[in-house]
Design a protein around this ligand. Structure first.
Ligand code: SN0
Length: 315
């Protein structure tokens, strides 16, 4: 694998999931692959799980890992072409990414959407510029429209914890106070549409996702109907795709609590984290027996390690 930005970059999804679960059993079996290889993780936005799990995944494979919080520690980056750089930006992404490529065998990049200009965000200009100018394999650490390492870890978690061969998986919108990206739900939907699951998306009117990511999903505005007898419920807020980046109040009753979960007594509750307690998801669920959010976050290591291993194998 030379690029990991979407499920479409993966030749064999079940094999990648199996590889992650195998690495979980035997984390240090492939240290020779990463010996004297450098992984650089470049963040234009905050991170906890992605940073720590991908760093650990690289180390498990014997790699040297460099982390650069470029938004805080680097020169102010110019991302646009054709501008005279006489303002606040100091270094162009063309040079910055090119130089990072000189120091790295694999680069990971995190870059959130601006949520202002849909065409710009959905054309993935920043991520694609990194890919173009660094000239080494690139892993998305969450881009404007996708978070594939999260989705792979989610699929690994479902595969590991499912009790029926084809589980019912529900992605439900949750309330929030600020506009969040569509990257996590887009990506989760695109991976679930390729997995052996029955997949439903529930959201209030006005929060439909871009159809490119949701093609075979059942989509409903009725949360109760969606979550009834679910095996997995994936909780996530996102802002509107149309009008782009908008949020509207009045959907606070979409927050799951134990009372709502009575119709889904077997459901395991997932969230990519960070989660705002008692706004997006109730504390009683997060602290209760149905939550698997910590286990899910733990699986981020094995997802990242499986992807890095497949990249190292073709370096
Ligand atoms: C990000 C998102 O894409 O929704 C990262 C998730 C892995 N989440 C946030 O930005 C949360 C910010 C907040 O204020 O709650």
């Amino acid at each position: 694998m030379k690029l990991f930005s979407s499920v479409n970059d993966v030749k064999d999804v079940p094999a990648l999931v199996a590889e992650a679960l195998q690495l979980k059993k035997d984390p240090f079996a492939f240290q020779h692959l990463g010996k004297n290889k450098t992984l650089s993780l470049v963040f234009l936005n905050p991170s906890l799980r992605t940073r720590m799990s991908t760093q650990k995944a690289g180390a498990n494979l014997g790699m040297n890992v460099i982390v650069l919080n470029i938004d805080k520690e680097g020169w102010a980056l110019e991302l646009r072409d054709g501008v005279i750089m006489n303002g606040t930006t100091v270094e162009h992404i063309r040079e910055a990414a090119g130089v990072m490529g000189e120091y790295s065998d694999i680069i990971g990049v995190r870059s959130f959407p601006g949520l202002k200009d849909r065409d710009e965000d959905y054309s993935e200009t920043i991520f694609n510029k990194f890919v173009e100018f660094c000239k080494v394999p690139v892993v998305s650490l969450e881009s404007a429209t996708r978070h594939p390492l999260q989705s792979l870890a989610d699929l690994v978690t479902i595969e590991e914890l499912k009790t029926v061969s084809r589980p019912k998986v529900v992605l439900t919108w949750a309330p929030h106070i600020k506009p969040l990206p569509q990257a996590v739900p887009n990506s989760f939907a695109e991976w679930m549409c390729k997995a052996d699951v029955d997949f439903t998306i529930a959201h209030p009117a006005g929060y439909g996702l871009c159809a490119d990511f949701t093609n075979s999903a059942i989509i409903t505005h009725n949360q109760d109907e969606a979550i009834k007898d679910a095996d997995f419920i994936y909780v996530k807020n996102w802002s509107a795709y149309e009008p782009y980046g908008a949020i509207t109040g009045g959907n606070e009753d979409w927050m799951l609590n134990n009372d709502k979960l009575k119709i889904a007594p077997k459901a395991k509750i997932m969230h990519c984290l960070p989660v705002r307690r008692d706004l997006e998801l109730s504390s009683e669920i997060l602290d209760g027996p149905q939550s698997v959010v910590i286990h899910e976050a733990g699986n981020r290591v094995w997802a990242a390690q499986a992807v890095l291993k497949q990249m190292l194998e073709v370096l």
